[in-house]
Design a protein. Structure first.
Length: 310
């Protein structure tokens, strides 16, 4: 669902969703006499995404409609008095570092728009979703400028309003997860650093195999730098999957040292949970040399708030 220039644009992905809109909008007095503005999410059959779990635009994925099915819906209801076709949309995945998949998807969408126009359906909005990647370690993602120029070159001749979602590229590198070292240990030559953050605080490594760089924030005054000892940095949750990094050159650390887990602004807190009865961390906004708490640290009472006691 998008809202722009006072127009609420609903995005549907199935014939069943469309039937619900038709049923609701046909009721007397529904919508104050205004037809709801609708867009169909199309699956452009483009393979993309930094991990299989965040690829969304291939025909094997659950998202959107094949163009043939979407076209049939557009044409079947082009003269409807209950709904108004205003847009078309697609989203092909997340953490995409190359422009090539975007170019293929937007080009196909542009072709769909032209086809609809030839059939008497003039759309106002083209939503190309998001997905532009960022650098976590050694990725070399396309710039926002290059992405915008690519999209504009294809979309501008259509005369439509372009909608897109650059969220990760704006917020990812603005977020840092701070954690303290609980202790370090070695098993048969394998070194581990256990920290007080866990997979509930940052799910991406366990869920996507994502790599977030980790560095020390604190170091004893006057202490010489040591060789970058390679360790597995793990959390306290009782799962082997509760691991942030394997064989990472962290160097020597001590209990209570503070570590920074970088580039956690995207899908950090939004994926956080109370798994293993763990309380979510506080969120702190830093502006220049000032800071303020924008989300309080959860308490044990918060964990029990929704429970119903007999």
């Amino acid at each position: 669902m998008s809202k722009e220039s006072g127009i609420l644009l609903f995005n549907i992905e199935s014939a069943e969703e469309l039937e619900s809109f038709l049923e609701e909008s046909s009721r007397p007095g529904a919508g104050g006499g205004r037809r709801p503005s609708l867009s169909i999410r199309v699956n452009p059959d483009v393979q993309a995404g930094g991990h299989p779990h965040i690829a969304t635009g291939h025909h094997e994925h659950k998202f959107g409609l094949d163009w043939s099915a979407a076209r049939d819906l557009y044409l079947a209801h082009r003269s409807s008095k209950w709904i108004a076709w205003q847009g078309i949309s697609a989203h092909i995945g997340s953490q995409i570092v190359s422009l090539a998949p975007f170019r293929r998807a937007v080009t196909r969408l542009a072709g769909y728009v032209a086809e609809l126009k030839n059939s008497g359906i003039a759309l106002r909005y083209l939503d190309i979703g998001g997905g532009l990647g960022v650098r976590y370690t050694n990725e070399q993602p396309a710039s926002r400028t290059a992405y915008a120029r690519m999209a504009a070159k294809i979309v501008k001749p259509l005369g439509l309003h372009l909608l897109l979602e650059p969220g990760r590229t704006i917020i990812a590198q603005a977020g840092v997860l701070l954690t303290r070292v609980v202790y370090a240990k070695t098993n048969r030559g394998k070194s581990f650093v256990i920290v007080d953050a866990g997979m509930n605080d940052l799910m991406r490594p366990a869920l996507y195999g994502a790599v977030h760089p980790i560095t020390r924030v604190t170091r004893a005054a006057g202490k010489a730098r040591t060789a970058a000892q390679r360790v597995d940095i793990v959390g306290p949750v009782c799962e082997t999957g509760d691991c942030f990094l394997k064989n990472w050159p962290l160097g020597e650390v001590e209990t209570n040292d503070v570590l920074a887990i970088w580039v956690t602004g995207a899908y950090g807190m939004s994926l956080a949970s109370n798994y293993n009865a763990r309380r979510r961390a506080a969120e702190v906004l830093v502006e220049g040399n000032r800071f303020r708490i924008i989300r309080s640290r959860e308490t044990h009472k918060d964990l029990l708030h929704g429970d119903i006691l007999a």
